[in-house]
Design a protein around this ligand. Sequence first.
Ligand code: ZN
Length: 296
Amino acid sequence: MSCTGRFAPSPTGPLHFGSLLAALASYLDIRAQGGTWLVRIEDLDPPREVPGASDLILKTLDRFGLHWDAEVVYQSQRHALYHSALEQLLRDGLAYHCQCSRKQLTQRHAQQSYDGYCRSHPPSSDATTSVRAIYPDTALSFDDRIQGERVYPADPGRGDFVIFRRDGFFAYQLAVIIDDQEQGIDQVVRGADLIDETPRQMVLQQHLGYRQPSYAHIPVLTNAEGQKLSKQTFAKPLSLDSDEIRRQLLRALNLLGHPVPDELQTGSHAEILAWAVQHWSMAQVPRGLTLAPEAG
Ligand SMILES: [Zn+2]
């Protein structure tokens, strides 16, 4: 049975070592099964984007030998698709307009989990609003291929969540599940920093009648201070020097539980990748939501 996976970076800066782990795990898992691997650029939030970052990300993947199978998809070009799903959710009563300002939410102590105010007090049609999807009052669970069964108990305080922002942008949660459905993604491999977003995405998949992909959340690499590697924590961009590419690949494979045999340590990055595809096993990826750098 053929499978399809993806790597979906946001163009907020160059790829760093933490993003390499996610890209590599997804790539190897799909290639080991002979499936299709896609790249999607999640450029939904123009104010956070860095000019030229998309091209640099693609160039970096290419230099590492992580070649994708079809044309790259850009979320910024798919607003019509997101819009029609949004309309469907509103029509079906599974989402509603909300005009609560940040200040009002703070006053009602509803910033973290929304209190459903606008469900019973619909805003007037000329108001500037966000759109919230209804989060059901039932427990949700899924079986993560790395982290095992994840259970999210029924929590009325969890709250209906924003899928379209007041400033006119679609929320990540909505776009990501529409794209996964449209691109035929059936195996999601990504960083564990996104694991607790999964229930909301499952809710949207159910609301829209989509099938649910399988999920594998790899532990997120932290720096020595225990913070997730990111642009905010000043993670260094990946080096594109060919010796460095090899070194970074070896270190990434080691952290993902696939230490490369001694005789291959000096091989080309293509040889190392070929070995990794052949020996890939999700069961070897360390369980846990974070990974300390010392492990490498
Ligand atoms: Zn509201």
